[in-house]
Design a protein around this ligand. Structure first.
Ligand SMILES: Cc1cc2nc3c(=O)[nH]c(=O)nc-3n(C[C@H](O)[C@H](O)[C@H](O)COP(=O)(O)O)c2cc1C
Length: 160
């Protein structure tokens, strides 16, 4: 029963939630490092447009091989209504190695459904659990209840 939390973050919020999930599952964690910068206004525009066009980019070689885990938990910011480019790139590259998945997103608004659906579809597996945490919840540190429920759902699923 080995789990791995994998996430990308541009502004640090998905990282906070990912760390909280990894702590609750007492498992390994891996940050996806994009081969392209999404900093600044140009980066922001590239990120939004690219996400909507569903582009993929080069990313770092993972330190943790997802094939070695019973469960991969994947976290992404929502960009242009969909998953972020680095997370799409990770999923495209490694999905064949996933045994079971759970997914979560971090977003400024409240329309998480298209991004969560896209991530689940891209993984090619029905997620054991899904979670959406807003920017406001993350800033205020008010997401521990959601993480507890997310982890409970994971543990109730076939992973347990
Ligand atoms: C390029 C870009 C596009 C975004 N598009 C959306 C969006 O369509 N819907 C939304 O709710 N939030 C959107 N956001 C807000 C992010 O999802 C939100 O700030 C999230 O907390 C960022 O996570 P991070 O701090 O881990 O990078 C966007 C942010 C960026 C940078």
């Amino acid at each position: 029963m080995k789990a791995l939390v994998v996430y990308y973050t541009r502004d640090g919020r998905t990282k906070k939630v990912a760390e909280s999930v990894a702590k609750a599952l007492d498992c390994d964690i891996e940050e996806i490092v994009a081969g392209k910068s999404y900093r600044g206004i140009i980066g922001w525009l590239r990120a939004g447009r690219g996400a909507m066009k569903k582009v993929t980019i080069g990313i770092n070689e993972p330190k943790h091989d997802p094939a070695q885990y019973d469960l991969v938990v994947i976290g992404s910011p929502i960009w242009g209504g969909l998953m972020s480019i680095p997370v799409r790139s990770y999923v495209e590259k490694h999905k064949a190695k996933f045994k079971a998945v759970a997914i979560f997103v971090n977003l400024g608004g409240d329309n998480s459904a298209p991004g969560l659906k896209e991530m689940g579809d891209a993984c090619g597996k029905a997620p054991l659990a899904t979670m959406a945490v807003s920017t406001v919840e993350t800033k205020k540190g008010q997401f521990s209840g959601k993480v507890a429920k997310f982890v409970e759902e994971i543990l109730k699923g076939s992973y347990a």
